[in-house]
Design a protein around this ligand. Structure first.
Ligand code: ADP
Ligand code: ZN
Length: 745
């Protein structure tokens, strides 16, 4: 039994087993010139009729893994999906690129059902989506009479596991489908991160010698920040405002709250302040929930304030921010919920507003629900444990990307992610940490360990509030000893000290009292030097633009977004289904002057070009002539710490191998940056990486076999020039026009 497990590294060689015609189809239909790392492995399995388990984080590109082989192989691939909303989204997207797809809709009229059956009879459908319930009905297999069914794809396969968060008992019976479709291979897809659930999927779905691909769980386009919770409403407003475009166009975002009541209150306050938001939680009627979801997906409303009930079934790809107004239940929840941001690969921001009070409330909620549901002690313990791990994540000044990836058992080699509060330098170690901690501790001690956080802060700040006067606290020797600091800072430090066991909270009835923790003595006596962190949040104040890794024309992007909204309304699809934000951003960067140049934009397939090309080029033209700016621009990449670390090394003409080892990345990653630098003109001499004669050979080969794919070029060079060199040579090739297409072709 052979099981291939690979964590994706470099795909170019792996996909050598995929025929060239496949890539032509991929370019033609979806406008993609290559598969992502682990997509290659999944597609390879599908094309050779092998079972597969595909584990990819949200936004990783799971759909293409089954959709592209389905189109390539013909016949009718069956896709099992747990929610109508998900199916609808997929079918709409497939129609946009001209692939015949359908879903079984039990609410459809008799006439509609007859039409669908007729299409199936004529073998016109490439992908057929159904719920597990429908797939398990007796007559299901007969729907496909006369069709070849090459594959059954099981989306959201973690629903099979009771260890997962969306257990659906019907999923367990899906292995029965095998009996009816003995020829079909099975591909199970999931974003789940836990091994237990993955094992369950393999077993329950009875996958046979499956190819297993697990991609990296890192989401480099997400910026994570943990801020002390100061004023949830004001902090949310600030983030929403920051994501507004210059013309006031809001970006999509989700705000997660702990309880329904918090959702209602925050949604109300935001609405009253003039923001367009909808609430979403399990206490609303199904109809209200449906309306909220629909408004969000169609971009009629930009912000949803929700409990964890909101999420599954939301495929909106251009969510630009996720705010956790309170601490999530577990790292799994955090990863899932933040994962809903930036599925399109453009930048997105995830902010968690941390407060210890929320952690207490969460513990209380868990205890209560354990009491009420007579859940086992083990359950409660494991929940509390997961919450503690989450709190630890928030409190430790370790790169968030690293911490998440390592939490899920993978390794992370980038030293500075450039996309979290820790690496962006938002967290400073306070130089006078020791003295501050000692002052706080002695104040707690002087006050007899009989007061809560606010009363203690009042004293430390020397506040003359009525409570302070009533209690006669002005006379304490610690009165005003931390004057000059802010209330927020002190609150944050006290929370850090609780986490470090310097302080502890003890509940006195309903009143949480602050007491000295087990480690307090060691600080008071100076044996232990604590590290207090100051969160500046400074990096968040900088503009979040650009969205993409490349520079683009923001006003043009706004025009394109407005146009897309109208076009999507007319076609009754979600805007992001019509064309993704990534595609529009690339158009706003390249400003193509001719329709055929649009095929150089990743994600524009032939049908989309035929359908929207004219309108897009028209907008680009009028925009450029109005502003008198040139069209057909190369992609340009702004500087960033990560990019600069490559740039410096390219200037020193270091080898790919050396740079890869210095920056702990694979050589293909170095090549990617080198290609960017060449394309924008900041690297003009490539002789350190590829020789003149190699360039000649590559160009000659490309002229013979075409520029579209690397593999034929590699073969035409007698497999003697490696892929990295080919990429560099092609990027350098002086005959290349700015659009990336060879001149005169
Ligand atoms: P998932 O289902 O894993 O959350 P999707 O299938 O929605 O992810 O894909 C996420 C985004 O990535 C989409 O915008 C999709 O167009 C894009 N994408 C997928 N595969 C590729 C590829 N090979 N090249 C470029 N973009 C891709
Ligand atoms: Zn980081």
């Amino acid at each position: 039994m052979s099981t291939t497990i690979s964590v994706a590294a470099d795909s170019s060689l792996k996909s050598a087993a995929i025929p060239d015609r496949f890539f032509q189809m991929l370019q033609e239909v979806w406008g993609f010139s290559e598969l992502r790392d682990s997509q290659g492995q999944a597609v390879e399995a599908a094309l050779s009729g092998r079972d597969a388990l595909v584990v990819m984080p949200t936004g990783g590109g799971k759909s293409l893994c089954y959709q592209s082989p389905a189109v390539y192989r013909g016949g009718c691939t069956i896709v099992i999906s747990p929610l109508i909303a998900l199916m609808k989204d997929q079918v709409d997207s497939l129609h946009q690129v001209g692939v015949p797809a359908a879903r079984w809709d039990s609410n459809a009229s008799g006439q509609e059902k007859r039409e669908l059956l007729e299409q199936l009879r004529q073998q016109r459908i490439r992908l057929f989506f159904a719920s597990p319930e429908r797939a398990l009905q007796d007559d299901f297999a007969s729907l496909f009479k006369g069709n070849k069914v090459p594959m059954i794809a099981i989306d959201e396969a973690h629903c099979v596991s009771q260890w997962g968060h969306d257990f659906r008992p019907e999923y367990r019976q899906l292995s029965q489908l095998r009996k009816h479709f003995p020829e079909a291979s099975v591909m199970a897809l999931t974003a789940t991160a836990t091994q237990k659930v993955r094992d369950d999927i393999l077993q329950q779905l009875q996958l046979r010698s499956p190819s297993i691909s697990v991609s990296s769980f890192d989401r480099p386009n997400l910026t994570y920040r943990i801020l002390p919770q100061v004023d949830v409403l004001a902090q949310c407003k600030e983030i929403i405002d920051r994501h507004k475009s210059s013309s006031g166009h809001s970006a999509g975002g989700i705000i997660y709250c702990m309880r329904r009541l918090d959702v209602d209150q925050l949604a109300d306050s935001l609405s009253q302040a003039g923001y367009s938001v909808v609430p979403y939680h399990a206490g609303l009627t199904p109809q209200q929930r449906h309306q909220a979801q629909d408004a969000f997906v169609k971009e009629k409303v930009q912000v949803v304030v929700a409990t964890v009930a909101f999420g599954m079934g939301i495929d909106r790809s251009n969510v630009r921010f996720v705010i956790h107004a309170s601490v999530p239940k577990s790292m799994e929840h955090y990863q899932q919920e933040t994962g809903r941001a930036g599925r399109d690969g453009l930048r997105a921001e995830c902010t968690l507003l941390f407060s210890n009070r929320d952690v207490h409330s969460m513990r209380k909620l868990l205890n209560n629900s354990a009491d009420q549901s007579s859940a086992s002690k083990d359950w409660l313990e494991s929940q509390l444990n997961q919450l503690e791990l989450m709190v630890g994540f928030c409190k430790l000044p370790i790169c968030r990307h690293r911490n998440i990836v390592e939490y899920f058992g993978q390794s992370y080699s980038t030293e500075n992610c450039g996309a979290c509060d820790v690496c962006l330098g938002d967290l400073d170690v306070v130089t006078e940490s020791k003295v501050i901690a000692q002052k706080i501790l002695s104040c707690v001690h002087r006050m007899g360990e009989r007061f809560g956080t606010n009363a203690i802060i009042d004293v430390l700040l020397g506040s003359n509030s009525r409570d302070v006067q009533r209690r006669g606290h002005e006379s304490l020797s610690t009165f005003g000893i931390l004057k000059g600091h802010t209330r927020v800072e002190l609150k944050d430090w006290i929370e850090q000290m609780i986490h470090a066991k310097l302080l502890m909270v003890v509940q006195d009835g309903n009143y949480p009292l602050l007491k000295l923790g087990s480690q307090a003595k060691s600080v008071l006596f100076g044996n232990h030097i604590p590290k207090l962190i100051r969160t500046t949040g400074a990096s968040a104040q900088e503009s979040i633009k650009p969205l993409a890794r490349f520079l683009y024309d923001t006003t043009l992007l706004e025009r394109l977004l407005e146009w897309r909204q109208e076009a999507a309304d007319q076609e009754k699809v979600a805007p992001y289904v019509l064309l993704s934000d990534t595609v529009l951003a690339e158009i706003a960067a390249r400003r193509p002057s001719k329709i055929d140049r649009l095929s150089g934009v990743a994600g524009m397939g032939a049908k989309q070009i035929a359908q929207h090309g004219q309108a897009i080029i028209g907008m680009v033209e009028s925009h450029c002539s109005l502003k008198s700016i040139p069209m057909d621009q190369p992609l340009q990449f702004p500087s960033s710490p990560v990019r600069d670390s490559y740039g410096v090394r390219f200037k020193e003409r270091k080898s790919l191998e050396q740079i890869a080892s210095e920056l702990h990345v694979v050589e293909s990653t170095v090549t990617k940056y080198l290609v960017e630098h060449i394309l924008e003109g900041s690297v003009k001499d490539v002789s350190a990486w590829v020789s003149e004669s190699e360039i000649q050979k590559v160009i000659a080969a490309a002229n013979k076999v075409g520029y579209g794919r690397l593999i034929p070029i590699y073969e035409a060079c007698n497999s003697q020039i490696d892929y990295n060199k080919i990429k560099i040579a092609l990027a350098f090739q002086p005959a290349l026009s700015p659009s990336g297409q060879p001149k005169g072709s």
